[in-house]
Design a protein around this ligand. Structure first.
Ligand code: FES
Length: 180
Protein backbone atom coordinates (compact mmCIF):
# COMPACT_ATOMS: atom_id res chain seq x y z
CA UNK A 1 0.00 0.00 0.00
CA UNK A 2 1.30 3.44 -0.82
CA UNK A 3 1.42 6.08 1.91
CA UNK A 4 -1.25 8.78 2.01
CA UNK A 5 -0.17 11.81 0.02
CA UNK A 6 -1.29 15.36 0.66
CA UNK A 7 -0.75 18.90 -0.50
CA UNK A 8 0.17 21.51 2.10
CA UNK A 9 -1.18 25.09 2.18
CA UNK A 10 1.60 26.36 -0.11
CA UNK A 11 0.92 23.61 -2.62
CA UNK A 12 -2.79 24.39 -2.61
CA UNK A 13 -2.09 28.05 -3.17
CA UNK A 14 0.27 27.22 -6.10
CA UNK A 15 -2.34 24.90 -7.59
CA UNK A 16 -4.96 27.60 -7.28
CA UNK A 17 -2.67 30.03 -9.11
CA UNK A 18 -2.05 27.49 -11.87
CA UNK A 19 -5.74 26.76 -12.23
CA UNK A 20 -6.63 30.47 -12.32
CA UNK A 21 -4.57 30.90 -15.50
CA UNK A 22 -7.11 28.94 -17.54
CA UNK A 23 -10.77 29.47 -18.37
CA UNK A 24 -11.60 25.89 -17.34
CA UNK A 25 -9.95 23.83 -14.64
CA UNK A 26 -9.51 20.84 -16.99
CA UNK A 27 -7.02 22.95 -18.93
CA UNK A 28 -4.82 23.14 -15.83
CA UNK A 29 -4.49 19.37 -15.44
CA UNK A 30 -1.08 19.22 -17.16
CA UNK A 31 0.59 21.98 -15.10
CA UNK A 32 -0.95 20.65 -11.89
CA UNK A 33 0.31 17.15 -12.67
CA UNK A 34 3.78 18.59 -13.35
CA UNK A 35 3.60 20.35 -10.02
CA UNK A 36 2.57 17.12 -8.30
CA UNK A 37 5.33 15.15 -10.03
CA UNK A 38 7.89 17.75 -8.97
CA UNK A 39 6.73 17.42 -5.39
CA UNK A 40 6.35 13.65 -5.12
CA UNK A 41 8.75 12.49 -7.84
CA UNK A 42 5.97 10.62 -9.62
CA UNK A 43 2.23 10.59 -10.11
CA UNK A 44 1.30 7.10 -8.96
CA UNK A 45 -2.40 6.22 -8.36
CA UNK A 46 -2.37 7.82 -4.91
CA UNK A 47 -1.09 11.12 -6.37
CA UNK A 48 -3.56 10.90 -9.26
CA UNK A 49 -6.36 10.51 -6.71
CA UNK A 50 -5.08 13.49 -4.73
CA UNK A 51 -4.92 15.66 -7.87
CA UNK A 52 -8.45 14.59 -8.86
CA UNK A 53 -9.80 15.40 -5.40
CA UNK A 54 -7.94 18.70 -5.20
CA UNK A 55 -9.17 19.83 -8.62
CA UNK A 56 -12.59 18.29 -8.14
CA UNK A 57 -12.26 16.36 -11.39
CA UNK A 58 -12.92 12.68 -12.17
CA UNK A 59 -10.03 10.33 -11.37
CA UNK A 60 -10.52 8.75 -14.81
CA UNK A 61 -9.67 12.07 -16.47
CA UNK A 62 -6.43 12.39 -14.49
CA UNK A 63 -5.56 8.76 -15.17
CA UNK A 64 -6.15 9.30 -18.89
CA UNK A 65 -3.74 12.23 -19.01
CA UNK A 66 -1.05 10.52 -16.92
CA UNK A 67 -1.12 7.36 -19.00
CA UNK A 68 -1.06 9.27 -22.29
CA UNK A 69 2.29 10.97 -21.63
CA UNK A 70 5.42 8.94 -20.90
CA UNK A 71 6.76 12.10 -19.24
CA UNK A 72 4.50 11.37 -16.29
CA UNK A 73 5.83 8.63 -14.05
CA UNK A 74 3.16 6.23 -12.81
CA UNK A 75 5.45 4.82 -10.14
CA UNK A 76 8.55 5.91 -8.22
CA UNK A 77 11.52 6.14 -10.58
CA UNK A 78 15.27 6.32 -10.32
CA UNK A 79 17.11 9.60 -9.89
CA UNK A 80 17.89 9.61 -13.62
CA UNK A 81 15.22 8.41 -16.02
CA UNK A 82 16.64 7.46 -19.41
CA UNK A 83 13.96 7.56 -22.08
CA UNK A 84 15.37 5.73 -25.07
CA UNK A 85 13.44 6.47 -28.23
CA UNK A 86 12.63 3.26 -30.11
CA UNK A 87 10.19 4.83 -32.54
CA UNK A 88 10.71 4.47 -36.29
CA UNK A 89 13.59 6.85 -37.12
CA UNK A 90 15.53 5.94 -33.99
CA UNK A 91 14.75 2.27 -34.50
CA UNK A 92 16.15 2.36 -38.03
CA UNK A 93 19.27 4.10 -36.72
CA UNK A 94 19.89 1.54 -33.97
CA UNK A 95 17.61 2.67 -31.13
CA UNK A 96 17.04 -0.90 -29.96
CA UNK A 97 20.78 -1.63 -30.01
CA UNK A 98 21.26 1.39 -27.73
CA UNK A 99 18.38 0.31 -25.50
CA UNK A 100 19.73 -3.22 -25.16
CA UNK A 101 23.25 -1.96 -24.54
CA UNK A 102 21.96 0.29 -21.78
CA UNK A 103 19.90 -2.56 -20.29
CA UNK A 104 22.96 -4.78 -20.26
CA UNK A 105 25.17 -2.04 -18.82
CA UNK A 106 22.79 -1.19 -15.97
CA UNK A 107 21.55 -4.76 -15.41
CA UNK A 108 17.87 -3.85 -15.74
CA UNK A 109 15.19 -4.02 -18.41
CA UNK A 110 13.19 -1.13 -19.85
CA UNK A 111 10.55 -0.22 -17.27
CA UNK A 112 12.83 -1.08 -14.36
CA UNK A 113 14.98 0.83 -11.87
CA UNK A 114 18.45 -0.10 -10.65
CA UNK A 115 18.50 -1.43 -7.06
CA UNK A 116 20.48 1.63 -5.93
CA UNK A 117 17.68 3.88 -7.23
CA UNK A 118 20.01 5.80 -9.52
CA UNK A 119 18.68 4.89 -12.98
CA UNK A 120 15.43 3.92 -14.64
CA UNK A 121 15.13 3.02 -18.30
CA UNK A 122 12.08 3.51 -20.46
CA UNK A 123 11.53 2.65 -24.10
CA UNK A 124 9.52 5.55 -25.48
CA UNK A 125 7.79 6.77 -28.59
CA UNK A 126 9.07 9.60 -30.80
CA UNK A 127 10.47 12.53 -28.83
CA UNK A 128 10.37 14.85 -31.81
CA UNK A 129 14.10 14.75 -32.43
CA UNK A 130 14.21 12.26 -35.31
CA UNK A 131 17.01 14.18 -37.04
CA UNK A 132 19.24 13.28 -34.08
CA UNK A 133 18.45 9.56 -34.12
CA UNK A 134 19.16 7.47 -32.22
CA UNK A 135 18.58 9.59 -29.17
CA UNK A 136 17.41 9.53 -25.58
CA UNK A 137 16.11 11.99 -23.04
CA UNK A 138 17.38 12.36 -19.49
CA UNK A 139 14.64 12.82 -16.87
CA UNK A 140 12.32 14.93 -19.00
CA UNK A 141 15.10 17.35 -19.77
CA UNK A 142 18.27 17.04 -21.79
CA UNK A 143 18.37 15.23 -25.13
CA UNK A 144 21.41 13.12 -25.93
CA UNK A 145 21.76 12.73 -29.66
CA UNK A 146 23.36 10.52 -32.30
CA UNK A 147 23.93 7.87 -29.66
CA UNK A 148 26.77 5.39 -29.78
CA UNK A 149 27.88 2.91 -27.14
CA UNK A 150 30.72 5.28 -26.27
CA UNK A 151 28.27 8.11 -25.70
CA UNK A 152 26.15 5.86 -23.50
CA UNK A 153 29.24 4.94 -21.45
CA UNK A 154 30.16 8.62 -21.07
CA UNK A 155 26.60 9.58 -20.20
CA UNK A 156 26.36 7.03 -17.38
CA UNK A 157 29.75 8.09 -16.05
CA UNK A 158 28.74 11.76 -16.16
CA UNK A 159 25.42 11.19 -14.42
CA UNK A 160 27.04 9.05 -11.74
CA UNK A 161 29.49 11.90 -11.16
CA UNK A 162 26.62 14.38 -10.87
CA UNK A 163 27.37 15.99 -14.24
CA UNK A 164 24.92 16.77 -17.00
CA UNK A 165 25.61 15.08 -20.32
CA UNK A 166 28.26 16.99 -22.18
CA UNK A 167 26.76 16.44 -25.61
CA UNK A 168 23.11 17.25 -25.19
CA UNK A 169 21.30 19.33 -27.72
CA UNK A 170 18.27 21.43 -27.10
CA UNK A 171 19.33 23.54 -30.07
CA UNK A 172 17.42 23.85 -33.28
CA UNK A 173 19.08 22.15 -36.27
CA UNK A 174 20.13 25.48 -37.78
CA UNK A 175 22.17 26.14 -34.64
CA UNK A 176 23.91 22.80 -34.64
CA UNK A 177 27.65 23.17 -35.15
CA UNK A 178 28.43 19.50 -35.39
CA UNK A 179 30.20 19.51 -32.03
CA UNK A 180 27.72 17.31 -30.21
S1 FES B 1 11.83 8.51 -33.86
FE1 FES B 1 13.16 8.96 -32.21
S2 FES B 1 12.93 11.08 -31.92
FE2 FES B 1 11.54 10.64 -33.53
Amino acid sequence: MSETKSFNAKDLSEIEKLTAKYPEKQAAVLPVLWYAQDKFGHVDPSVQKLVAQTMDLPEALIYGVVTFYTQFYEKPMGKHVLDVCTCLSCQICGGYDILHYLEEKLGIKAGETTPDGKFSIQSVECLGACAYAPMLQVTNDKYVNHLTREKVDQLIEDLKAGKQPGFESNKMPQHENGSD
